[in-house]
Design a protein around this ligand. Structure first.
Ligand code: GAL
Length: 410
């Protein structure tokens, strides 16, 4: 009898202790597609296993819709516990305003400077030597996704690069297939343009234009070629009438469309559809021309709150997100690459293995979000959503407007 009472007392104490440390933490993000939801559930599972509670604050409509909502909550005094941003300068003003938590002590204690690779990811979280975010993955935008069976049906080999894909467009259209699937959100059209630029003008030219704001290059013949290719892409996507990126990916998965230029988060959708890389679909890094990895992706920031329990729970989540097990579980479902170089990714599929190879070779470039301010990026987005939706806007006119944006960009 005495023994039973002891055990009961111990269990009650543990529950009390765990309950005492159990904190609900609201985490906002824009991961709402099938693959994204499956991936973020890995973070929630790992955090809940600490005795705390992940309160999911998903916001639909991708980052362009979610970020203004997140920013206005933080500046409006209604902060969440943690929130997603992309690697780069999107949260710069919030950090400068002193609204975001300094994670430097945790980063030191957890040795992030040693484990996070490439180190530029942690640099994107650093302001005046202090660390303000946890990088959780590497997403590259530099991919072309192709449905293999669609090409078989049209009697043409699966393309191995952009030029072959563009040349296949007339035959695909004859077969009633949309050559290029593209969603109508502005960031998707810019993504297609800058992926074409990296592939056709080269990674250096891209970095000079978006990074060094080189207007001479932006207005020059190399970039003229890119605008002409963008006009071809516009024509290939003219019958793609979907909004969200994952709806465009679904057109490729279901064979309504032959291909999509999209970041490797598209992988999550192929996985949820049980499609196998190399067998059902083909992935071409750098459009099969310039195989580079863009170190884009996601990081989590933690608004400063005057609440000890929330602050404690924020620290727990920051550590959980970078633990080796969570990094593998999350990234395999997300289709991104882990930010830790010391994890075993044998379970990675063919496309992720291609990405890891390119990363290991060091063929990496930064994203527009890392090279430009958020305001300049949105001006570029506005130009390209207009270009892709205005068939009679000439490549020359678009290039001239692009040059003036680069001139003013910071
Ligand atoms: C990106 C984000 C990815 C992906 C994508 C589409 O900004 O880095 O993780 O989910 O948006 O929503």
């Amino acid at each position: 009898m005495k023994a039973i009472r002891t055990v009961l007392a111990a269990t009650t104490a543990l529950c009390a202790a765990t309950a005492a440390n159990a904190t609900d933490l609201e985490v906002t993000h824009w991961w709402t597609s099938g693959g994204e939801a499956a991936a973020v559930a890995e973070f929630a599972k790992a955090f809940d296993a600490t005795g705390n509670k992940w309160v999911d604050g998903a916001i639909a409509g991708s980052g362009g819709t979610a970020r203004p909502i997140m920013i206005s909550r933080i500046t409006g005094g209604d902060p969440m516990g943690a929130t997603q941003f992309n690697h780069g300068r999107q949260a710069e003003e919030l950090v400068e305003a002193g609204l975001m938590r300094d994670l430097t002590d945790i980063a030191k204690a957890e040795n992030w400077a040693e484990v996070v690779r490439p180190s530029s990811l942690l640099d994107s979280c650093t302001l005046d030597g202090r660390i303000y975010c946890v990088p959780v993955n590497i997403h590259s935008q530099q991919w072309l996704w192709l449905n293999n069976s669609v090409f078989e049906k049209a009697g043409i080999p699966v393309p191995s690069n952009w030029d072959e894909f563009a040349a296949a467009a007339p035959k695909l259209e004859e077969a009633g297939i949309v050559p290029l699937a593209m969603g109508q959100q502005p960031w998707q059209t810019t993504l297609a343009f800058q992926v074409l630029m990296v592939a056709l003008a080269g990674p250096d030219a891209y970095t000079k234009v978006f990074g060094d704001k080189d207007t001479g290059l932006a207005g020059g013949p190399e970039i003229t070629k890119v605008f002409q290719a963008a006009a071809t892409a516009r024509d290939m996507a003219k019958n793609s009438n979907v909004q969200n990126w994952n709806d465009a990916t679904n057109m490729v998965i279901t064979g309504k469309a032959a291909g999509q230029i999209m970041g490797d988060w598209a992988q999550g959708e192929f996985q949820v559809a049980n499609q196998v890389a190399g067998k059902d679909y083909t992935c071409l890094p750098g459009l099969g021309v310039n195989e580079v990895i863009m170190t884009g992706g996601d990081a989590f920031y933690f608004p400063r709150v005057d609440d000890a329990a929330i602050t404690e729970a924020q620290g727990v989540l920051a550590k959980v997100m970078l633990s080796p097990e969570t990094q593998v579980a999350f990234n395999l479902k997300k289709g991104s690459l882990p930010v830790r170089g010391d994890v075993d990714l044998n379970a990675a599929n063919d496309c992720m293995k291609k990405g890891l190879d390119i990363l290991a070779k060091g063929n990496i470039i930064q994203t527009p979000d890392q090279l430009m301010s958020a305001d300049s990026v949105s001006l570029v987005n506005d130009l390209f959503v207009e270009f892709f939706n205005t068939p009679d806007m000439s490549a020359e006119d678009a290039q001239a407007r692009f040059v003036s944006i680069i001139e003013e960009a910071d």
